[in-house]
Design a protein around this ligand. Structure first.
Ligand code: PRP
Ligand code: URA
Length: 209
């Protein structure tokens, strides 16, 4: 199994602990997911290429570096992935955003696709797929299948909590996809929920159920 990059920065770990707390309400939960996504985005974009340019400061000409034109797309998996988009756009406001709608069938736990709208030039973009939870891995695997069928080649997957089962499924199906996660949890329960996890991320973000 390819090793994921675990984002063990103290700020990320602290905020994940607050997310896990069943007493954290939707408003704070959403704010925390935004903040964690922003911190993870900082790490996951570390390999963006730079080019040198010249800028005139008030004092002199400076040879200085800017990101060299690589175009990014963020693709949240609906619904819960939506919670991560603002944090990502705070750092990369020019990125385009695609959406893939998948829900887990309550009986089979398999993902069912209900929506897909991706940037028309997705094939030329570096893509970061967003979902707070990687449980069985079915949703992530299917979302990345869809994105690859549209021609994208450089794809990363970012989640806040992963289960070992999901990581294994994802890296087996898509060994070329770099995985970034906040924490690797213990296991899945009989309902395929991550243990200890944080419950249902979509319900906690949107206050449903
Ligand atoms: C959750 C979560 C992931 C998926 C993870 O979504 O946001 O998309 O489950 O599970 P998996 O790895 O076993 O596929 P859910 O299907 O509950 O939909 P929602 O975001 O609309 O609540
Ligand atoms: N989806 C969630 O939101 N939470 C889990 O623990 C598993 C799947």
């Amino acid at each position: 199994m390819t090793k994921p990059a675990i984002m063990d920065h103290p700020l990320i770990q602290h905020k994940i602990s607050l997310l896990r707390d069943k007493n954290t309400g939707s408003k704070e939960f959403r704010e925390l997911v935004t903040e964690i996504a922003m911190l993870m985005c900082y790490e996951a974009t570390r390999d963006l290429p730079l080019k040198e340019i010249e800028i005139e400061t008030p004092v002199a000409i400076a040879k200085t570096r800017v990101i060299s034109g690589r175009k990014l797309a963020f693709v949240p998996i609906l619904r819960a992935g939506l919670g991560m988009v603002d944090g990502m756009l705070n750092l990369v406001p020019a990125a385009k955003v695609g959406h893939i709608g998948l829900y887990r069938d309550p009986e089979t736990h398999l993902p069912v696709e209900y929506y897909c709208k991706l940037p028309s030039d997705i094939a030329e973009r570096d893509v970061i797929v967003l979902d707070p939870m990687l449980a069985t891995g079915g949703s992530a695997v299917d979302a990345i299948d869809i994105i690859k069928r549209k021609g994208a080649k450089n794809i990363k997957f970012m989640c806040i909590i992963a289960a070992p089962e999901g990581l294994e499924a994802l890296t087996k199906a898509h060994p070329d996809v770099a995985v970034y996660c906040g924490v690797l949890d213990d296991h899945l329960n009989e309902n395929k929920y991550i243990v200890p996890g944080l419950g249902d991320a979509g319900d906690r973000i949107f206050g449903t159920r």
